[in-house]
Every structure is written in C-alpha cells, then in structure tokens.
Design a protein around this ligand. Structure first.
Ligand code: MG
Length: 171
C-alpha cells in the first residue's frame, strides 16, 4: 500500500479530579471503582476524549470541541461513548478504517494497571475493531506536575487509519 493509504493522528486530554464524591471515574468507558471521578461537562472520560481527537486528527476532521461543544446542553453529563461512535462513523464515512490505537494514561492515582485490559476491550468495542488493535498503557510522572501531584489524569492517544478497501462511498 502506498503511504497515501495511511494517516496518523494524535490526541491529548487532561481532566482534574472532581470534588463531587458521587461522581464515578470512567476511563475508556469502564468505571474504575473506589476512585474519585474527573470533573467535566460530559463524563470526563480522558481516554475516550484523547482517542476521539486522534481519530478526527488522522482523518482531517477537526477536533472534539468542534464536533461536541462543551456549551452544548445535549452533552452535559453525556457518556463519552457517543463521541467515539459518532467520530468513528464520520471517519468510516470518509473512507478510512481504524488500523490500531495506542493510548497512554498519565496518573499518580489511582493505580490503573489492573484496568488496562478492560479499558482496551471497551474502547475497541466502541470503535468496532478487534481488542488486539487497541493498547492502553498507564504511567506516572514520578511526582512532577499536576498529574504527579494527583490533581487529575491526562491521556495521550495515537490512531493509525488505513484507506478502507474498497473505499466507502462519500456521503
Ligand atoms: Mg476532555
């Protein structure tokens, strides 16, 4: 396949922990029990938000803020799954197929290693790809910066797209 048949995209997102003790921590569509939730207009799923921006970036379709504005009351408290499924739909409609996703969560707390496989499987299901095509990593910043102080969670994601074969008809 020629190089024109591939596109790469990157996404970054950061959310602070919420003061609301009732707010769940949702990462990759998976609720992590026993941890404070993240503050945000939607469910503040940093993993899915970073993946959406990587998807949109790879396809040249803008960013999550343009598609799902934080001022839009339809997305208040929204589960971020809808962002992923809609972004994936737009990417497919533009003639692309998801190759693989690699994401890195940056958090001093909580410990996320035990949840990585579930987050990857959940994210893969939302994207409609094989679980083996989604990798979720977790790291810390060794105490440095806002995530190092445990003030929130950051996520970086990379997505590779390939031209769908045969190409999907453009709408
Ligand atoms: Mg976000």
């Amino acid at each position: 396949m020629s190089a024109a048949g591939f596109r790469v995209g990157s996404g970054v997102d950061v959310h602070a922990f919420s003061d609301d003790p009732a707010r769940p921590l949702v990462l990759g569509g998976v609720t992590v029990p026993g941890a404070p939730g993240l503050a945000g207009h939607s469910d503040a799923d940093v993993l899915l938000h970073a993946v959406v921006d990587a998807l949109l970036g790879a396809a040249g379709l803008g960013d999550i803020g343009a598609l799902f504005g934080s001022a839009d009351p339809r997305y208040a408290g929204a589960g971020s799954a809808v962002f992923v499924t809609e972004a994936a739909e737009r990417v497919r409609a533009a003639g692309w197929a998801v190759g693989n996703v690699d994401a890195t969560l940056v958090a001093a707390r909580p410990r996320l290693a035990a949840h990585r496989a579930a987050m990857a499987a959940s994210t893969a299901r939302l994207l409609g790809v094989d679980p083996a095509d989604v990798n979720v990593k977790a790291t810390t910043t060794d105490g440095l910066g806002s995530t190092g102080r445990g003030e929130g969670i950051a996520c970086l994601a990379t997505v590779l797209l390939g031209r769908a074969d045969p190409p999907t008809a453009r709408p």
